[in-house]
Design a protein around this ligand. Sequence first.
Ligand SMILES: *Cc1c(COP(=O)(O)O)cnc(C)c1O
Length: 346
Amino acid sequence: MKPLETLIRPNVRRLKPYSSARDEYKGATASVFLDANENPYNDPVNRYPDPLQTVLKERLAPVKHVHPEQIFLGNGSDEAIDLLFRAFCEPRTDNVVAIDPTYGMYRVCADVNDVEYRSVLLDDNFRFRADDLLAAADERTKLIFLCSPNNPTGNDLERKEVYTLLDRFDGLVVVDEAYIDFSDLPSLATELDQRPNLIVLQTFSKAWGCAAIRLGMAFASPDIIAVMNKIKYPYNVNRLTQEHALEMLQRHTDVLQWINRLKEERSRLSEALARLSCVEHVYPTDANFILVRVTDAPAIYAYLVERGIIVRSRHTVALCGNCLRITVGTREENEAVLTALRDSGF
Ligand SMILES: *Cc1c(COP(=O)(O)O)cnc(C)c1O
């Protein structure tokens, strides 16, 4: 890996970050806070939240088997993705490489930041080869984006290829693990100590059932985390979100039960979908959704909408012609989509 100093954008490297009132006061216990122009009434939401989410990171670290200094928390993983562009990619000069198809936010953030986005098609089984991504990269490639399990294809990326890429790419490799809790593979986050160019993204939006609170996680070396913290908004994770996340960590066993139930439903739904006349192929999945190739995706999508059932059409996405992406729901929700498709006449 190139020295981190040379990967960071020069303006970010030079930047003196905003210092908030709560940054400047640290240490000594205090009871009178007249430093941040807050209203003394309406406790507790009158006070600015902890800008570095110290307590939450301390509780999260053992759950994720990382150190608190290896954690960045943001307003969804989307904030982490955007910050990585802003921290490392010089607009109109640097570029990033990503697999295709994959999660659409990487390209949107590249476009917003005016950074060239190079996509490399997966094979027909949605696998990637490290060599192909390395061939698309050059000396101006700062980030390579992987997503495992991948959205919208659902499959885990092959670990051997991920390790090859981490070994051979001299920039940063981002592995988006939004769906890792539904996979049989362990998270790569536990390998951060041996992998200085690895950045792992996770989220509270999927397995943790907290899409509404907007809480995303990035795990990386303390040096990379420090760069992200340097340029983030000072109070990027609000107090209500931090509190709710702490409550969810207390309910970890409930979350594990949801995951198990969803994995059972995923098998049931996959098998039932495969028996439908309108379904041509059910792709194997390691996530909480199933990609299915149907006879006529636009028509079947429209039919389901009419029945009040919303799935995601991926018909226009590379390699996903006539594909629908169906999230695994409750038993009743899954039965509803199966019944509708059975009755459809497609
Ligand atoms: C859903 C999803 C996310 C979650 O994004 P948040 O901003 O944390 O809600 C991240 N990455 C992928 C690939 C996703 O599918």
